[in-house]
Design a protein around this ligand. Structure first.
Ligand code: G16
Length: 542
């Protein structure tokens, strides 16, 4: 019934910012998927007889890997697997299922916002029993194991039917196919005032939710249209496709430009939102105003008490280091903790588990709370709707009042994608070498006050994560940050983050790139990004 198959290691199975992401043909090499999943199982203790959750974002190869994972779970001794119908679970929904059913952990199959299809991206991520991404000590153990693995275990059994809800058996293990949406929708009903949102929509408030042909289609339809009464047509691109219709399912101003243009048009809806491949990212646009993810985090934190799930107030706020400091001012006013972590949702897990933070967010379009242990795109949309329903003001009014109260953090991210890895690494090395000499220097008329390589000291488990991004801080609180992305699959992606704080409301109407022009020039001078990469401009500006 169970087979032990001899294998040889691959040397490139190092999980990145969020699991292992590679091109589909790489995953399709014989034993590639099996080696990685076995390396995960070999790095865990105590799962015999326990439950494993399996689901993914529905991209190309999802269904095949679900079958492999189920058979390997049986052979490795799991007692039960819960599989989202059709192999579908959004990342936050998977996190919820792991928590709700007290599973040992879960395999989440996704390459997030990266494109999908036979020659595009696929990914596998392991989440632990709190529902969150495995912490570094596990991902490092998985990588170490993957380098020496010599066998994997798999059941010799027919494929299971993943499309019919209900119970089955595979080689003595219980298999349960569950509805992908209902547990998640129920959780949302406990957090938000659905009656108030329903009344807002009934009063003529209009919205559009773009699922980008990715996993949140069925979740958006059920929650926004069926449960909240938004009219048919509110959800667009809601049929999940294996290749996301050939697009990047990345909810930003480049890949969701249609939505942006619609919201900027005079007869556009009052509110627009989009989410990504696996449903954990969000894009928020009000009529005539784009809300940056960093601002969205700050505005949601400042108003969260208006939603039933957060009426007791927040314990603390956490943000990744490159995310703007807008939320810090909210934490200061609320007199609650503020935590700055490295990029990667996994770093929030300890803070959430310890009750130190309630809301977390990242500049990379991720916001979430202690309701699950992943960022959650639709959650952010619903919290915005709840706040709009209670405040009875537009997104534009809420944003302007927020800036007037706290000041505005102008913020942009410039990505240089698919850069030669050698050039990117030597750029970072050269900048790192310069860091000790930078404080006190003036560049483009701006004086550097501090320059360092961010290291995180986890206040809960005391672990230390070094080299998490280079920060150059200027007089007046402006800063530039440079780091290498940990989620790309071809070459290297350099991310340059630029931020300026502006307290004066008379200066809250500037165009972002112009408001940051001198900092952008300073960043180029300091990093030599253009000459070293041979690029005259970023691939993506958000
Ligand atoms: C993942 C992580 C996020 C991170 C983002 C970008 O998001 O979960 O924490 O901010 O990648 O990471 P990087 O800058 O290293 O590319 P997702 O939505 O891709 O899972």
């Amino acid at each position: 019934m169970f087979k032990t198959i001899a294998t040889t290691p691959f040397d490139d199975q190092k999980p990145g910012t969020s699991g292992l992401r590679k091109k589909v043909p790489e995953f399709q090499q014989p034993n590639y998927v099996e080696n990685f999943i076995q390396s995960v199982f070999d790095s865990l203790d105590g799962f015999k007889g326990k439950t494993l959750v399996i689901g993914g974002d529905g991209r190309y190869y999802n269904r095949d890997v679900v079958q492999i994972a189920v058979k390997m779970a049986a052979a490795n001794g799991f007692g039960r697997v819960l599989v989202g119908q059709g192999g579908i679970l959004s990342t936050p929904a998977a996190s919820n299922v792991i928590r709700k059913y007290k599973a040992f952990g879960g395999l989440v199959l996704s390459a997030s916002h990266n494109p999908g299809g036979p020659t595009e991206d696929f990914g596998i991520k392991y989440n632990i029993s709190n529902g969150g991404p495995a912490p570094e000590k596990i991902t490092e153990a998985v990588f170490a194991r993957s380098k020496v693995i010599d066998r994997y275990l798999i059941a010799d059994a027919a494929d299971i039917d993943i499309d019919t809800i209900g119970k089955q058996q595979l080689a003595g293990m219980d298999v349960e196919i569950i509805d992908s949406v209902s547990d998640y929708a129920e959780l949302m009903e406990t957090l938000f005032d659905f009656d108030a949102i329903r009344a807002l929509i009934k009063s003529g408030f209009t919205l559009r939710f773009d699922s980008m042909h990715a996993v949140t289609g069925p979740y958006g339809k059920e929650i926004l249209e069926h449960r909240l009464g938004a009219p048919d047509g509110t959800c667009v691109n809601f049929v999940p496709l294996e290749d996301f219709g050939g697009h990047h399912p990345d909810p930003n101003l480049v890949y969701a430009k249609d939505l942006y243009d619609l919201l900027m048009s005079p007869d556009g809806p009052d509110f627009g939102a989009a989410s990504d491949g696996d449903g954990d990212r969000n894009l928020i646009i009000g009529k005539g105003i784009y809300v940056t993810p960093s601002d969205s985090l700050a505005m949601l934190a400042a108003n969260a008490h208006l939603a039933p799930g957060y009426k007791a107030g927040l314990k603390g706020i956490a943000r990744s280091m490159p995310t703007s400091g807008a939320a810090d001012r909210v934490a200061e006013k609320l007199k609650i903790g503020m935590y700055e972590t490295p990029t990667g949702w996994k770093f929030f897990g300890n803070l959430l588990d310890a009750g130190m933070a309630t809301i977390c967010g990242e500049e990379s379009s991720g916001t979430g709370s202690n309701h699950v242990r992943e960022k959650d795109g639709l959650w952010a949309v619903l919290l915005w709707l709840n706040i709009l329903a209670v405040r009875k003001e537009s997104v534009q009014q809420i944003a302007r009042e927020h800036w007037a109260d706290y000041g505005r953090n102008y913020y942009t991210r410039h990505d240089y994608e698919e850069v030669d890895s050698g050039a990117a690494n030597s750029l970072i090395d050269a900048l790192r070498a310069k860091l000790p000499t930078l404080a006190g220097k003036t560049v483009q008329g701006l004086t550097i006050t501090k320059a360092d390589d961010f290291a995180y000291h986890d206040p809960v488990d005391k672990s230390v994560s070094e080299h998490q991004g280079i920060r150059i801080l200027f007089n007046g609180g402006s800063r530039i940050v440079l780091r290498l992305s940990g989620t790309g699959t071809s070459g290297a992606t350099l991310r340059l983050y630029i931020e300026r704080y502006e307290a004066d409301p008379k200066r809250h109407d500037l165009e972002t790139q112009s408001a940051l022009a001198d900092l952008i020039r300073a960043a180029d001078e300091l990093t030599e990004i253009k000459t070293r990469t041979g690029r005259d401009k970023p691939s993506v500006i958000t």
